[in-house]
Design a binder for this molecule. Structure first.
Ligand code: 6PG
Length: 241
């Protein structure tokens, strides 16, 4: 695990964009394509905007295949849709061919959407090794990542897959890659900035293992590598840096 801590949010974003470009280049050179699972929420929007502007000519975008680490159970036109956010910030500006984009089909029931997404991922990787070149992740202030929320059954999945998760407090469903599938990735990168994340960052990285309360502790690539991209306020509670 590598921690990258920067003074400012824009330095964090630039470093992660450069990391994305490097991994994409290597994947395309070695295997002819780059597969990435995008994160949702608010933090990655600026990363996507940066990739679509300053980095527009630094990636062979025609060879990039986009998946989602998690999705909210809302129509693709809803402001809460992770797909819609990525579409506006990344896909539209770069004119990505829809055949390269794999959204979660939220027109189905959450269970069916999860099943269909799992099948699509299995078919995409087919006989190739299952696992994304890069999984981008964020961290919630309750230590969730993707939609691996505290005390949800998906935390106990032991085989790679996609699950529907019901969030009792919000009474909503989400669809998420489970930890075993995320952990098949060649590279995993957490993007976390802002003081609001400092306590969660400390729990996940430095507290005793407590998966139910700090689900992001489940993320540990089997063979791949993991890096965290943080700003100083998000890293402020870390003791061992
Ligand atoms: C989502 C996510 C989620 C997110 C964290 C952090 O769809 O919400 O993928 O895991 O990364 O909740 O979100 P913020 O960046 O909005 O704080």
């Amino acid at each position: 695990m590598k921690l990258n801590i920067f003074d400012t949010e824009s330095e964090v974003l630039a470093a992660l964009a450069a990391h994305f470009v490097k991994i994409a280049d290597t994947a395309i050179a070695e295997r002819g394509k780059f597969t990435v699972a995008l994160s949702g929420g608010s933090s990655p929007k600026k990363l996507y905007e940066l990739l679509a502007s300053s980095y527009a000519d630094k990636v062979n975008w025609e060879k990039v295949y986009f998946f989602f680490g998690d999705e909210r159970n809302v129509p693709q036109t809803d402001p809460d849709s992770n797909f819609l956010m990525a579409k506006k910030a990344l896909f539209n500006p770069l004119m990505i061919d829809p055949l390269q984009i794999f959204p979660v089909d939220t027109s189905l029931s959450p269970a069916d959407a999860a099943k269909k997404y799992e099948e699509e991922i299995e078919q995409f990787f087919d006989e190739e090794e299952l696992g994304f070149d890069l999984v981008l992740l964020g961290l919630g202030d309750n230590s969730h990542t993707a939609s691996l929320f505290p005390y949800t059954p998906v935390l106990h999945d032991r085989t790679p897959g996609v699950a529907a998760v019901f969030l009792e407090d919000q009474e909503v469903y989400r669809i998420t890659l489970n930890a075993p599938l995320i952990n098949e990735a060649r590279h995993i990168a957490f993007l976390v900035y802002g003081a609001g994340k400092a306590i969660a960052v400390h729990h996940v990285l430095e507290d005793e293992e407590d998966i139910e309360n700090y689900p992001a502790q489940l993320i540990e690539p089997i063979l791949g590598e993991i890096q965290w991209f943080l700003d100083k306020p998000a890293a402020a509670n870390l003791k061992n840096v």
